[in-house]
Design a protein around this ligand. Structure first.
Ligand code: ATP
Ligand code: MG
Length: 409
C-alpha cells in the first residue's frame, strides 16, 4: 500500500538551517526536482509545513520517482504518503464535535495503524506528529495527534513516547487531503546541485576522485571533469572507463555534465631529459593542476577538486601537496584529505562507482617513476617549471583538449 501513492513527501535537511537565504536554496531545490523528474507524470511540487510534496498524476510511477528523488541533493528523507480525502474525514468529525464526543478520525486512524504496523520493525514506542496547514480544520494539531495516537496505541500495543520515539507517524492536514506517512527512505542530504558554484574536478580512473567529485556535488557544486590521458590519441588511451565514471556521477546531476579530455604528451615531450626522475611525479601533478586551472578559468569554475588523501601515496605527503599547490590561483578542494581508504571505498560503493573504478585502466600517474621524492620544495618545482617550459606545455595541452558532454548512465 505504502508505495501506491500519488504524493511523495520530501524532507530537506541542511537547508532548514539557512536563515534569510533559505528561499533561494529552496527554489533551487524545487527546480532541480522538476528537472530530475522530467518526463514523469508530475503535477506539482509544493512547499507545505517544512516539507516538499511531489504530486503525481500516475501513482504507479511512485517507485521510479522515489528512486530519482533519492539522488536529488538537498533532500534528506523521502516518504511515500497515503492521502485520505477530506470528504472522508470532515462529515464524521462534524458529527463527533456536535455530539460532544471524543473525535474518532476513523479513516486517518486506520491508515496510521496500517502504516505503523508496516513500518514498526523493532520499535518499542511511537509518536504521532501532526501539522495543520489548513487552520480551519475542526481540531488543533495536539487534538489530532491524541485521537490518532489513541487508535495506534490500541492497535499496536506500543506506548507513546513524546521525545525520541522509535517510530514516528506524521499527519499533515491539508485543505483537500489529510496526509499520513511514516516510512523514511534516506536520501543524501547536502545542498542543491549548482547552488555553490562550479568546480573543475580532476577525475582519474581510480576509486578516490569519483568519490571526491560526488562529495563536492553533494555540497552544491556543479562539476566539470578533467581527465589527463596518456598515449598518442584518445583511441589509443581508451577512455571509455572515464566516460562511464562521469556518467555514473551524472546520475546525481539534473543536467548532463562536461568532461574535458587532455593529452599528457605536451608535458612528456618537455619533461624528458629535463626533469629528474624523482621529481617527475610532483612536476606532473603540477602540470595537471596548472592545466586544470586554465580550463577552470575558461569555463567559469571557481576551484579545483582532487581525490588526494593525506599520506595515501608519495605524491600526497604534506610537503608534496604544499609544493604542488604553491602559486595556484584557485582554491584546491580535497574532500577526502582526512579519510582513509576503507571509508573512501565504502562511499564508492554507495554512489555506485566502485565496480567501474576497479576495472583495469592505464592511468598516466601509474606509469610515472616508482620512487618519487617525498619532500619536494616549491622553489625546486619553480626551477623545473622554467627549465622545461611548463607554461608552454599547459597552453598546448589546453589547445588539444577535447570537450564532451556526458549523460547519466
Ligand atoms: P584516484 O585516481 O581515484 O585518486 P588513485 O589513488 O589511484 O585513485 P592518485 O594517483 O592518488 O589516484 O591521484 C590523486 C588525485 O590526482 C586523483 O584523486 C585525481 O584527483 C588526480 N588525478 C590522478 N590522475 C589523474 C588523471 N589521469 N586525470 C585527472 N586527474 C587525475
Ligand atoms: Mg588516490
Amino acid at each position: 500500500m505504502a508505495l501506491a501513492t500519488p504524493i511523495i513527501a520530501c524532507a530537506y535537511g541542511e537547508i532548514a538551517l539557512k536563515g534569510r537565504n533559505r528561499g533561494v536554496f529552496l527554489r533551487k531545490l524545487i527546480n532541480n526536482i522538476h528537472t530530475a523528474l522530467k518526463g514523469e507524470p508530475m503535477i506539482s511540487v509544493n512547499h507545505v509545513e517544512s516539507r516538499l510534496l511531489v504530486h503525481l498524476e500516475d501513482a504507479s510511477r511512485a517507485p521510479e520517482v522515489t528512486a530519482k528523488l533519492k539522488n536529488v541533493f538537498g533532500l534528506q528523507w523521502i516518504s511515500p504518503v497515503v492521502a485520505v480525502p477530506r470528504d472522508e474525514v470532515d462529515p464524521e468529525l462534524r458529527e463527533d464535535l456536535e455530539a460532544g464526543i471524543e473525535p474518532r478520525l476513523t479513516r486517518v486512524s486506520e491508515v496510521a495503524c496500517t502504516l505503523a504496523e508496516e513500518t514498526r520493525r523493532g520499535a518499542q514506542n511511537f509518536k504521532i506528529e501532526t501539522r495543520r496547514s489548513d487552520r480551519k480544520f475542526g481540531l488543533t494539531s495536539p487534538q489530532v495527534s491524541r485521537a490518532v495516537g489513541h487508535a495506534v496505541q490500541t492497535e499496536t500495543g506500543l506506548p507513546a513516547k513524546m521525545v525520541g520515539p522509535d517510530l514516528l507517524v506524521n499527519v499533515v492536514v491539508l485543505k483537500e487531503n489529510v496526509l499520513v506517512f511514516s516510512e523514511k527512505i534516506p536520501a543524501y542530504g547536502g545542498l542543491p546541485f549548482a547552488s555553490s558554484g562550479r568546480t573543475m574536478v580532476l577525475l582519474s580512473g581510480g576509486i578516490d576522485s569519483p568519490v571526491a567529485a560526488w562529495l563536492m556535488m553533494r555540497r552544491g557544486s556543479r562539476p566539470e571533469f578533467v581527465h589527463f590521458y596518456s598515449g598518442r590519441n584518445l583511441e589509443e588511451a581508451d577512455v571509455e572507463k572515464i566516460k562511464e565514471l562521469a556518467g555514473i556521477l551524472a546520475r546525481y546531476s539534473p543536467v548532463p555534465l562536461v568532461l574535458h579530455l587532455v593529452p599528457v604528451v605536451p608535458y612528456e615531450m618537455r619533461a624528458i631529459g629535463v626533469v629528474e626522475d624523482r621529481y617527475d611525479m610532483v612536476m606532473f601533478r603540477r602540470f595537471m593542476v596548472k592545466t586544470a586551472v586554465r580550463l577552470a578559468r575558461r569555463n567559469s569554475c571557481l576551484g579545483l577538486v582532487t581525490g588526494d588523501s593525506l599520506g595515501q601515496v608519495a605524491s600526497q605527503t604534506m610537503y608534496n601537496l604544499g609544493a604542488i599547490s604553491s602559486d595556484v590561483e584557485l582554491p584546491i578542494l580535497r574532500p577526502l584529505i582526512g579519510m582513509d581508504k576503507m571509508e573512501i571505498t565504502a562511499w564508492s560503493k554507495v554512489i555506485g562507482a566502485y565496480e567501474t573504478s576497479i576495472l583495469p585502466y592505464r592511468d598516466c600517474c601509474s606509469i610515472r617513476s616508482p620512487r618519487p621524492i617525498l619532500n619536494a620544495r616549491a622553489e625546486d618545482l619553480l626551477i623545473y617549471s622554467e627549465k622545461m617550459l611548463l607554461h608552454e606545455a599547459v597552453v598546448e595541452a589546453v589547445e588539444n583538449t577535447v570537450r564532451i558532454k556526458v549523460s547519466a548512465c
